[in-house]
Write a protein that binds this ligand. Structure first.
Ligand code: COA
Length: 373
């Protein structure tokens, strides 16, 4: 084939013209990005302002409620307080679309990189991923701990303990990212996973000897039980996520929110007895280890683990006991959060459907164009 330089040159000029278009698009993109940052800053400032003013108003209202002359205004004040609660939830929802600062822990581990997820459905997907990660690692943990009950082989034991250190450490990172992205996960559950990382580390360096052999089977049985309970927890959390997603697709918000709540209470009343048995097991572990301190071959790991198991028992029991009254008290706030979240998910779904319909329409137009040619 003959090489035609002129044709080649024309093609290059064509491409250069297209590149100019790309340059313009890029300039527009950079402008939009700058504008976006500006808007984000403005939103953050306005949220701060809203919170500051509300705090001032609440302080004044508290002073006024003790004023007897205002007893007739009590209903109005209560209504205002309710509206403020709603506003707090609204501000929280707006914040979900804005970048947040990393925690100190994340800064140490990841460096100064922003982990904010600005899109609501991506946030839900990340949470979904976190739950799946826990499930897979739990199944592996269940198999390994079960195998360790059947076989007493040091390498297998160490593999399991090492897996526990890595798993809990990874959880602390993932949960810190979830927290930056607006998760309401309680401080205790995060601390729980830090303590569990430390416990698994101590177990890993606990020298082989009679005390370890005396505790070993009990510990492996505990892990089998915990893995099963965590499987139930996965079922519960997955149900919550599934229902949240479904909320965004329904029309009658009141019915679906009521349905969500009744499902949640049913799920909780099924799960909680199993959780408390797990906590009793933790207390029993602490007690067994406490007794093992008196063994002639006892090492420092035994006392440390006894204290750590006891802390886990107390922390878990208190936090889980507080969950129910907290959920009852926070109903209005929770209700508004759900409505707002479902609204956001619904808007996203609508956008996605519109985009798909538009793409279909455009591609069918192209096909028609080709056919008529
Ligand atoms: N680990 C990680 N995240 C948790 C959590 C836990 N143990 N408990 C709650 N969360 C998360 C929820 O998913 C939710 O996240 P979101 O804001 O991103 O949606 C947030 O924290 C708030 O949850 P909350 O409404 O307080 O509770 P819940 O209804 O989701 O769950 C329990 C309540 C009691 C079922 C749950 O806390 C639980 O399973 N606790 C037991 C954990 C435990 O004891 N583990 C050791 C096993 S022995």
């Amino acid at each position: 084939m003959e090489f035609k330089f002129d044709e080649f040159l024309i093609e290059w000029m064509d491409l250069s013209n297209e590149y100019k278009k790309l340059e313009i698009t890029n300039t527009n993109y950079l402008d939009a990005l700058e504008n976006l940052e500006l808007l984000q800053e403005q939103c953050t400032m306005q949220i701060k302002h809203q919170r500051y003013r509300m705090q001032q108003m609440l302080r004044t209202m508290k002073q006024q409620t003790s004023n007897k002359h205002l007893s007739t205004e009590k209903d109005k004040l209560q209504e205002l307080e309710k509206n403020m609660l709603k506003r707090k939830a609204q501000l929280h929802e707006i914040e979900q679309g804005l970048p947040q600062k990393n925690s100190f822990y994340l800064n140490i581990i990841l460096g100064n990189v922003n982990v904010s997820i600005l899109n609501r459905s991506d946030k839900v997907r990340y949470k979904d991923d976190y739950e799946k990660f826990k499930l897979i690692l739990n199944v592996i943990g269940l198999l390994l701990s079960f195998l360790n009950i059947l076989v007493n082989y040091r390498a297998l034991e160490l593999a399991f303990l090492f897996l526990l250190v890595w798993y809990y450490c990874t959880l602390t990172i993932r949960e810190s990212i979830l927290k930056v992205n607006g998760s309401r996960i309680k401080g205790w559950w995060r601390l729980h996973h830090f303590i569990s990382t430390a416990s698994a580390g101590v177990l890993l360096v606990w020298p082989q000897g009679e005390p370890w052999q005396l505790f070993r089977t009990q510990f492996m049985c505990f892990n089998v039980y915990i893995s099963l309970v965590q499987y139930m927890q996965f079922g519960y959390q997955k149900g919550v996520l599934y229902r949240l997603k479904a909320l965004g697709e329904r029309h009658d918000m009141d019915i679906t929110i009521e349905g969500f709540h009744s499902w949640m209470w049913r799920g909780l009343s099924f799960l909680i007895p199993f959780l408390f048995i797990g906590y009793a097991f933790q207390a029993y572990n602490a007690w067994t280890l406490y007794k093992l301190r008196e063994h002639s071959d006892a090492t420092w790991q035994i006392s440390v683990l006894s204290v750590l198991f006891f802390i886990l028992f107390v922390g878990n029991t208190t936090t889980t006991m507080l969950v129910i009254p907290q959920k009852l008290r926070g109903r209005i706030k929770e209700r508004y959060r759900l409505m707002s979240l479902s609204g956001a998910l619904k808007a996203r779904k609508q956008n996605r459907d519109d985009r798909i319909a538009k793409n279909k329409f455009e591609s069918s137009g192209l096909d028609d164009g080709r056919k008529t040619k």
